[in-house]
Write a protein that binds this ligand. Structure first.
Ligand code: BES
Ligand code: MN
Ligand code: ZN
Length: 486
């Protein structure tokens, strides 16, 4: 694979109609857990129940017919939310087998036409996703190519929702592709090439800061982490400025293209094979930027992708080294595997210099976040409850769960005290997600700031609703929803 192939992979085309087109070979029909059953199914509720189908969200029952398209009863439960319908749409896709031309009537089941159509579209596209991998023969398994969303919902709402859902899902698919790509196929310079191309195509500016620029800027955190790598670092600054912006939000993404741990080397277990995904935060920010013009976002957004490998070598960062960061503060290194906070520190400092209304950073930062909240839920912490609440409500609507943890600076800042520098880069054995966030808060200045730790939900081990095995693109839609609703 070359860098040119990575982004903008085809996604299924989702269109709208009043009824299922003749070309569709598989048609999904929403069936609630009570009430009437669509007549076309040719089965009443009792018959459905005999086949184990009760109409719960996530259930499907494939009903073949002698003539015409195969039908699928898709459970939509009782007065489904948009999120329920996203799950139902994903379940339909997971039941699609070898069919490539599909149609479904799911939006009618809900009560909020645009949001439902958007969520259904997201579920359809995101569940269709499969990372193609890098193989001698391209995969021969058929993929979904067209999906018609039909129903009696007013056409304008249906169209608008499908259009928005397509933009959102396309962005999340891009984030998945980037995070799934092996590290030798996607280094910081490759990401630069991709960002430049995406900026041209999606209407945002891209400024590139290379090693030389970074050292002039005093980005000691990023340069320190990069020291052990033969690949140079990049800081990519992305700018989206609409006419008469309503506000200005900065997004900072951790872009560790591969995290070996540095000289605090990680073990070679299966768990760490996924450290190619340690740039998932940067992928989410970059991907979010691609959606803003299409969604007519009225907020100005500046994205900072802080990109490097974290490698051990003769030139690598050592324990006991002291780094001087962009904002002048110094950090004593106690563990080179706590690298994310070192590079984010510089990204945050640069963001603060522009004095935006808020800064949100997103990072696969700590195993501790995963230990606390499990693999599906991201942690959110920060200095400003308003920003945190905006993220929480956006997360509710995008179906990307986040949970607030306390920053507790008063109690725990002392865990970062150093004898030789302003702070050390790790706290004690406990509260690792919190001490990492306290570390970051030292670089967020006085700008309202929130931090998302996505170490857990960056990936999923198997297909689950709209999340397909591998990188999830977590945070992409959440960031888009947050800034467009600012
Ligand atoms: N990238 C890792 C965190 C991570 C772990 C992300 C698992 C996704 C899955 C991060 O750079 C790291 O290594 N964190 C250390 C910090 C520790 C040394 C204080 C950790 O969590 O173990
Ligand atoms: Mn690490
Ligand atoms: Zn890392």
């Amino acid at each position: 694979m070359t860098t040119a192939d990575i982004p903008l992979r085809d996604i299924p085309t989702v269109t709208t109609a009043r009824s299922a087109p003749r070309s569709a070979t598989l048609i999904g029909l929403g069936v609630g857990s009570s009430g009437s059953v669509p007549r076309q199914l040719g089965m009443n509720r009792r018959a459905l129940e005999q086949h184990g189908f009760s109409g719960k969200i996530g259930q499907t029952l494939v009903v073949p017919r002698r003539d015409g398209a195969t039908l699928v009863a898709v459970g939509v439960g009782e007065s489904p939310s948009s999120g329920d319908l996203r799950d139902a749409a994903a379940a339909f896709i997971r039941a699609a087998g070898r069919h490539g031309d599909l149609a479904c009537d799911l939006v009618d089941a809900g009560s909020s036409a645009i949001n439902d159509a958007r969520a259904v579209t997201e579920g359809l596209i995101l569940a269709s996703y499969r990372y193609p991998g890098i193989t001698a023969q391209p995969s021969s398994s058929p993929t979904v190519s067209t999906i018609t969303v039909f129903g009696s919902t007013p056409a304008r709402s249906l169209d608008a929702g499908v259009r928005q859902g397509t933009v959102l899902a396309r962005a999340a698919v891009l984030a998945r592709d980037l995070a799934n790509t092996p590290p030798a196929h996607l280094n910081a310079r490759d990401l630069e090439v991709i960002a430049l191309r995406l900026g041209r195509e999606h209407g945002f500016g891209v400024e590139v800061f290379d090693e030389e620029a970074l050292s002039e800027m005093g980005c000691g955190g990023l340069l320190g982490v990069n020291r052990g790598s033969v690949e140079p670092p990049r800081l990519l600054k992305l700018t989206y400025v609409p006419r008469n912006p309503r506000g200005h939000v900065a997004l900072v993404g951790k872009g560790v293209m591969y995290d070996s741990g540095g000289i605090s080397l990680k073990p070679s277990d299966a768990f760490h094979v996924v450290m190619k995904m340690d740039m998932s935060g940067a992928a989410a920010v970059l991907s979010a930027m691609t959606a803003l013009r299409d969604l007519r976002c009225r907020t100005a957004v500046t994205g900072y992708l802080v990109c490097t490998d974290n490698m051990p070598s003769g030139s690598a960062l050592k324990l006991g080294d002291v780094l001087t960061m962009r904002n002048g503060k110094t950090v004593e290194i106690h563990n080179t595997d706590a690298e994310g906070r070192l590079i984010l520190a510089d990204g945050l400092s640069l963001a603060v210099e522009e004095q935006p209304d808020a800064i949100i950073d997103i990072a696969t930062l700590t195993g501790a976040a995963m230990a606390a909240l499990g693999p599906d839920v991201a942690a959110v912490l920060g200095s400003d409850q308003g920003v945190i609440d905006r993220l929480r409500s956006a997360a509710d609507s995008t179906g990307e769960p986040i949970w607030q943890m306390p920053l507790e600076t008063g109690r725990y800042r002392k865990l970062l005290d150093s004898n030789v520098a302003d702070m050390r880069n790790i706290g004690g054995p406990y509260g690792g997600c919190i001490t990492a966030a306290i570390f970051l808060s030292e670089f967020a200045g006085d700008v309202p700031w929130a931090h998302l730790d996505i170490a857990g939900p960056m990936k999923v081990d198997g297909d689950e609703s709209w999340r397909s095995r591998g990188a999830t693109g977590f945070g992409t839609r959440l960031l888009i929803e947050t800034v467009t609703g600012w």
